[in-house]
Design a protein around this ligand. Structure first.
Ligand code: ADP
Ligand code: MG
Length: 381
């Protein structure tokens, strides 16, 4: 039995911008929303009908969330699996604790890619000095990544040789790590896959992503430099990865395309994703509405891209001029551009590198979207 719009209440663990956009989509359909987040200034808490200000492991707050909601989701992958398990005893929880636990740990994530038959970078799991000594030469030069809690390039060290590897392992606190061979990347892609509780799967068109300083900067769809066969392979692989862990909800799978043209899976996020924000204006169904549909047991339609699009991430840096003085970006100028749609997350304080919003620029053609996106960049400086 689906949880119907206009009657049910949906809960979110986490109150950042992803939670906020989820709440907007759920409310547009007529659901009530409750956010659990300890931060009184939470972007999602500010728009939900209710905001429980408590820690994610506060048993009483979790009980209250379960009491008020019919189904619960999460907007960040580091939500404690225990919290999801407690909620799942009485309520629909999507994605489930076991899938989130896989995504939280790069070692388990890589093992799942192997089990799904999807190629990832050659790697070794490092938990001890013995593991360090046993690293095969073929993995160097490589990238050492903490198994847990890394994001936006944090918790990673590029290492050229064994001495640098040992130093980096120390520097990262000798926590569990994964060492990956450094691969020759041609470009980076991601794919949103959505799986319903009944096992039905839909995928979105492939996104081509450009990162700056480890943070997503630009997403373009359709992916301009990826042929149809590789796009189909990426979508099939993402579907296999979601199905193989009994996933329910929106999952974002990141891939590399190597210089020799091979497709390699990188990592995944058990939630809507920054690179999927383009769906809000370029598709008939946004990734946030899909998350609502999946958790509520509503039908999942194959999403349709109706316009080529360029998504620009708006980082806090735009709020400062060259001399470091705070300024207001020229939103009126940007909004005068054909096809430009602004999404700001309601964060009071801008900081360098902080995700403040994004701009979707759609066009009748990819070239038109690109041209208007270039104009937007020029206006924003
Ligand atoms: P994060 O959780 O910070 O997004 P990623 O594993 O996606 O971590 O790594 C961040 C970026 O580092 C990637 O987007 C890619 O540009 C680069 N990178 C990561 N792993 C490799 C690799 N094995 N070879 C080459 N580049 C890599
Ligand atoms: Mg990444």
């Amino acid at each position: 039995m689906p949880l119907l719009p206009g009657a049910a209440t949906l809960g979110v663990l986490g109150g950042g911008q992803l939670g906020r956009m989820f709440v907007h989509a759920a409310q547009a359909l007529g659901y009530r929303c409750v956010v659990l987040d300890p931060d009184a200034a939470s972007p999602a808490g500010a728009v939900a009908q209710d905001h429980l200000k408590a820690d994610y492991l506060d048993a009483a707050a979790l009980e209250e969330l379960a009491r008020r909601c019919d189904a619960i989701t999460t907007e960040f992958e580091n939500v404690p699996a225990r919290a999801l398990e407690q909620l799942a005893r009485s309520r629909v929880v999507a994605p489930g604790a076991s899938a989130v636990a896989i995504c939280q740990d790069r070692a388990r994530e890589k093992a799942h890619f192997d089990a799904s038959g999807v190629a990832c970078a050659p790697y070794a799991v490092l938990r001890s000095s013995a593991d360090l000594a046993a690293v095969p030469d073929a993995l160097l030069p490589g990238i050492l990544k903490t198994a847990r809690l890394g994001y936006d390039g944090k918790g990673q060290r590029r290492v050229a040789d064994r001495a640098q590897l040992a130093a980096a392992f120390d520097e990262l606190g000798r926590v569990d790590c994964v060492l990956e061979q450094m691969l020759p990347l041609a470009l980076e892609l991601s794919v949103l896959v959505v799986r319903g509780a009944g096992g039905e799967v839909v995928t979105y068109p492939v996104q081509q992503n450009l990162h700056r300083d480890g943070i997503l900067a630009v997403t373009e769809v359709p992916a301009p430099d990826v042929d149809a066969a590789l796009q189909a392979q990426a979508r099939r692989s993402a579907a296999a990865i979601a199905t193989g862990m009994g996933y329910v909800g929106v999952l974002c799978v990141e891939f590399f395309v190597l210089k020799d043209g091979r497709l390699v899976v990188n990592e995944m996020a058990p939630r809507p994703h920054n690179s999927g924000h383009y769906t809000m204006n370029a598709c008939d169904l946004s990734q946030f509405e899909m998350q609502v549909r999946a958790m509520a047991g509503l039908p999942l339609r194959e999403p349709r891209l109706h316009s080529p699009v360029v998504m620009l991430n708006l980082l806090g840096d735009l709020w400062f001029d060259g001399a470091g003085r705070e300024r207001a970006p020229d939103w009126a100028g940007v909004l005068a551009l054909p096809g430009a749609e602004l999404h700001l997350y309601g964060k009071a304080q801008a900081r360098a590198g902080r995700k403040m919003g994004h701009l979707n620029v759609i066009g009748a053609t990819a070239e038109e979207a690109r041209q208007q996106a270039r104009r937007a960049c020029a206006i924003l400086g």
